[in-house]
Design a protein around this ligand. Structure first.
Ligand SMILES: CC(C)(COP(=O)(O)OP(=O)(O)OC[C@H]1O[C@@H](n2cnc3c(N)ncnc32)[C@H](O)[C@@H]1OP(=O)(O)O)[C@@H](O)C(=O)NCCC(=O)NCCS
Length: 175
């Protein structure tokens, strides 16, 4: 399995990964979100990675920059979305995508990464629910227990406050 940066040519394959992996009720919305992120121009790099197995696209992940409203400073990333094609799940592809993205972010000097998802899955990477409480997400969460944060490089975390995100994620339906 190989992980590489996503390109515009990957659009159809990325869409399909999400349409297959997510429940019907969410699949279209999450797939659109992944493609919007791939097309979004933003001053800070949006990280979009695909997993390839024998020339087939089997997984995708994205990380986009987040800001503290009080300072407008880029201070970290949020992991969203992530999916692995059902036939290829439970082969550590999801874990490899997460770890690969965290490595890239760590190398850019960013030190805080958010995720809004199942703590049972994300806690294995070091995401924590308690630390996240001082950071207010852009919209009211449907599942507040899924709001987690990870401190890369053991740096001192900045003061809390409200988070803002890139345009593609600036939609209450995604929260
Ligand atoms: C979540 C998902 C990306 C995991 O991908 P994957 O390649 O199967 O993950 P891995 O093989 O790296 O799984 C690692 C472990 O997580 C577990 N796991 C997988 N999905 C999980 C979930 N939703 N909740 C809790 N644990 C989960 C696996 O059982 C495995 O456990 P093990 O290490 O004890 O064997 C994949 O199941 C998926 O695409 N699901 C549908 C879309 C989705 O829910 N995306 C995440 C939105 S927040």
């Amino acid at each position: 399995m190989k992980i590489r940066e996503a390109a515009i040519d990957d659009t159809e394959n990325i869409k399909n990964v999400y349409l297959e992996a997510f429940d019907h009720s969410e699949a279209q919305m999450v797939s659109d979100f992944a493609i919007n992120l791939l097309n979004e121009n933003h001053p800070v790099k949006i990280i979009s990675l695909v997993a390839i197995e024998n020339n087939d696209m089997v997984g995708h992940i994205a990380f986009s920059p987040v800001y503290l409203t009080s300072t407008d400073k880029h201070f970290g990333y949020i992991l969203a979305p992530l999916a692995v094609s059902p036939k290829f799940q439970k082969n550590k592809i999801g874990s490899s995508l997460v770890m690969h993205g965290l490595d890239i972010i760590s190398n850019t000097g960013s030190f805080i990464v958010f995720v809004y998802g199942d703590p049972q899955y994300y806690s294995r990477f070091g995401f924590k629910t308690d630390l996240s409480k001082k950071y207010v997400p852009p919209y009211t969460l449907q599942f507040p227990e899924g709001w987690q944060v990870m401190n890369l490089n053991s740096a001192v975390l900045p003061e809390g406050g409200k988070i803002t995100c890139v345009n593609s994620l600036n939609d209450p339906k995604l929260w």
